[in-house]
Design a protein around this ligand. Sequence first.
Ligand SMILES: *Cc1c(COP(=O)(O)O)cnc(C)c1O
Length: 398
Amino acid sequence: MENMKQYIDEAEAALLHTYNRYQVVLDKGDGVYLYDIEGKKYLDFCAGIAVFALGYNNQKYNDALKAQIDKLIHTSNYYYNVPAIEAAKKLKKVSGMDRIFFTNSGAEAVEGAIKAARKYGYLKDGRTDHEIIAMEHSFHGRTMGALSVTGNPKYRDAFQPMIGNIRFAQMNDFDSVLANVNDKTCAILFETVQGEGGIYPATEEFMQKVKALCEEKDILLILDEIQCGMGRTGSMFAWQKYGIKPDIMTTAKALGCGVPVGAFMMTEKVGQSSLVAGDHGTTYGGNPLATAAINVVLDLFEENHIIDNVNSVGSYLEKKLDELVEKYDFIKTRRGVGFMQGLVFDKPVGPVISKALEKGLILINAGTDIIRFVPPLVITKEHVDEMIAILTSCLNEG
Ligand SMILES: *Cc1c(COP(=O)(O)O)cnc(C)c1O
């Protein structure tokens, strides 16, 4: 068998270098642990970036996918298929949204949401110069439309021009939103909890004021729940805790728990007055394999009381992280909700993350100074203790 170094050299000779990867070749997973090709075990507090909510090698999940593979993997969206119908019904139930379009990724869900919002505006007043207000420090994906609403110049600059008519406001600063609204505004878009940008939950006040503004002016509220949704913050979708409802929302990441699938969903009001036959499409989106994954994921969420686990173990995780904030001067604060947490350092966290990896703990950053904790939603208090012990030993080494 080739060793790790050989594989890494081969990867660097063949793959486009768009990631500075950690020097590990992962091989298999079981529960909340991953194993590299040399058999080293890692406790995973990254979950493939908030994807593998149910943990690895879940027998029921694997069996459901295998059964679907033997039956039918793909048809075209010119025909109906049962897994997609079932998944749409289940997603409607857990989200309270009315109309669903399945995509292959998060970025594509954002693209669809932008198109739906522009079409809604177009049908309302016939204008073709509608504007969308997005937030600074946001992240919505790497395709041109999703990039255009991503509030991070580092990701955008080399790829200008972006799609036009996007304005940026400050998250949790309602006045900055108001200052950007005019009669061309068709939508306001933000992550209910900003992920990549540094784990910033929308404040209650911000959410309520933006929602009221949207209702008053018939502007669509689009919430990106790709990272914070699917139970991660202790409700199926993070916006559900605010007592409001978006007009359009996006989901992906944990939706298929590893099978690439996303969705944008909307209320009946938007569904009746936006995209129609011929306006939007996808070859793979909502295929039987992808939607079979959604079905078994949503079934297992219910059967295994995943959201209850997030709420009980989530508060334990918060308590343990807060203890680190108390103990170490270089940790400034903790931000987050449930199993979407960030520890904010006064220095780059790269060295800590590398050291943790050596000691068998997988963590990721959010920006340079924040360690992000987005574990599988099935972790227990014991896993939190194990993580804290490894992290503490890394912090003590400076
Ligand atoms: C990851 C992410 C995306 C992009 O999803 P991809 O599947 O990588 O295209 C969009 N929005 C948010 C909030 C994300 O976290």
